[in-house]
Write a protein that binds this ligand. Structure first.
Ligand SMILES: Cc1ncc(COP(=O)(O)O)c(C=O)c1O
Length: 460
């Protein structure tokens, strides 16, 4: 895909064994679908989408080894062989003794926070993902973002834009001593565009958390993508294996919460793992109440089998090199044709800066929505507006726009090929040609919260 330093093309490092037809339609058919869906891409059935870049979560193509492992799963209610396999893989990867499976990431978050947090407490991180924030806030606590200032400048290049600001963190811990039940870091930083966090930064944060006696948890959904960025960009690790970098990272923390729907290379699953046993009994009691017995936690044993294989497959450096090349390739090509993106590209997605691309559409007419709809009409691409539709607010009747107007193309793992991406880029050239003629949108139905999921729009 991209020419490496040795001028070799980075290829998809897999053969395709099972295929699924791509739904193909004409522009006028898509216009009809969009009209019926109230110009909201969330309301379009997947069968009407050609390239689905809505999310990288749970959309992975599994390998033959994963499907094979599913067939030998032991579906015993308690103490299944599949759990033992899964537990061993997580222990080896994280170094944490206590492994608690959950059906997805937010269940692990809910389990941890509802067991440990008390109303009025504060939880710092670089950036909390929205489910993490919601799970903290619904317990009457505060989720505090302390990412470095560079993260808020879309075009600024920085190798580790996901880093937590250590100065802010030290001050925060000092000021809130005794009221921080745990501290976090998200790798990669999804909220900030999938940006990586350096090991040096994680070490620094771990030291501060340790100084104030605060347990440190990593939200580690994209641990392998983060580790490969570390290998590429942090000189100390240029000769380390990805597994070694991952193990180094986890060794610095007290535990982790993981949505396995990303770097677990599975369609469903998650887990919580901890170095020490203090909270484990309480966590397991609550798990039994909400998710299921301690050795399956809301999953089928076959899901645990697939996950045990996925967690090892994801460490393959050929895979990771291809994986990170996808967003780099898309970002470079988009920039070359005059489509601005957040820089540098993150691991799992590119974010188009719709405010810069469509300056004639003001924020209250939703430039991100205009671009997302045009990408669907032109190409059958489903993307996600992350701008004033999602985050815009009204205060005393006045519209308060989102800071950024972005359109995210999140790439499912091992699903689309080089020619798919080239085809999309070809079509995008036509979008660039007509961009000044694109029109904004207005709500015809504005839900009271989480508007982007169910809102309906009219074209202005
Ligand atoms: C950083 C991060 N944390 C937590 C979650 C929540 O995981 P899940 O969707 O499996 O509940 C996500 C999902 O996108 C995420 O990106």
């Amino acid at each position: 895909m991209i020419m490496s330093q040795k001028k070799r093309t980075i290829i998809e490092p897999f053969k395709i064994k099972i295929v699924e037809p791509l739904p193909m339609f004409t522009r006028s058919q898509r216009a009809e679908f969009l009209e019926i869906a109230g110009n909201n891409l969330f309301l379009i059935p997947a069968r009407q989408v050609t390239f689905d870049f809505l999310t990288d979560s749970g959309t992975t193509a599994m390998s033959a080894n994963q499907w094979g492992a599913m067939m030998v799963a032991d579906e015993s209610y308690a103490g299944s062989r599949s759990y033992e396999k899964f537990e061993k893989v997580v222990q080896s990867l994280t170094g944490y003794e206590h492994v608690i499976p959950t059906h997805q990431g937010r269940a692990a978050e809910h389990l941890l926070f509802s067991t440990v947090l008390k109303p009025g407490q504060k939880v710092p991180s670089n950036n909390h993902f929205d489910t993490t924030r919601a799970n903290i806030e619904q317990l009457g606590c505060e989720a505090v973002d302390l990412v470095i200032d560079e993260a808020s400048q879309p075009q600024l290049e920085h190798p580790f834009k996901g880093n937590i600001c250590l100065k802010k963190l030290e001050r925060f811990c000092e000021e809130n001593i005794g009221n921080i039940p745990l501290g976090m870091i998200t790798v990669t930083n999804n909220t900030g565009g999938g940006q990586p966090v350096s090991i040096e930064n994680i070490r620094g944060a771990a030291k501060i958390y340790q100084k104030y006696n605060i347990p440190f948890f990593i939200d580690a959904c994209r641990f392998a993508e983060n580790a490969f960025f570390v290998k590429q960009r942090e000189s100390e690790f240029k000769n380390s294996s990805v597994k070694n970098i991952v193990q180094t990272m986890f060794s610095l923390a007290s535990g982790c919460v993981v949505s396995a729907k990303k770097d677990g290379l599975v369609n469903i699953g998650g887990f919580l793992a901890l170095k020490k046993g203090d909270w484990v009994q309480g966590l397991r009691n609550r798990l039994i109440l909400t998710e299921g017995f301690v050795t399956y936690g809301g999953l089928a044993a076959r899901d645990l089998e697939a996950l045990a294989v996925g967690l090892e497959e994801v460490l393959d450096e050929n895979y990771l090199s291809y994986r990170l090349a996808v967003s780099q390739y898309m970002s470079d090509r988009l920039n070359k044709m005059g489509v601005p993106t957040l820089l540098p590209p993150g691991g799992h997605a590119v974010y188009i800066d719709a405010k810069k691309f469509l300056p004639h559409i003001p924020p209250h007419e939703f430039p991100g929505q205009a671009l997302a709809c045009e990408l669907y009409l032109a190409e059958g691409v489903r993307s996600c507006e992350i701008g004033s539709v999602m985050f815009g607010a009204k205060k005393n009747g006045e519209f308060i726009p989102s800071k950024l107007e972005l359109v995210r193309l999140a790439f499912p793992r091992r699903v689309y090929t080089q020619s798919h991406f080239d085809y999309i880029l070809e079509g995008l050239e036509q979008v660039v040609e007509v961009k000044d003629k694109l029109k904004g949108f207005a709500f015809t139905y504005e839900p009271p919260f989480l508007k982007h999921f169910t809102a309906r729009f009219k074209r202005l």
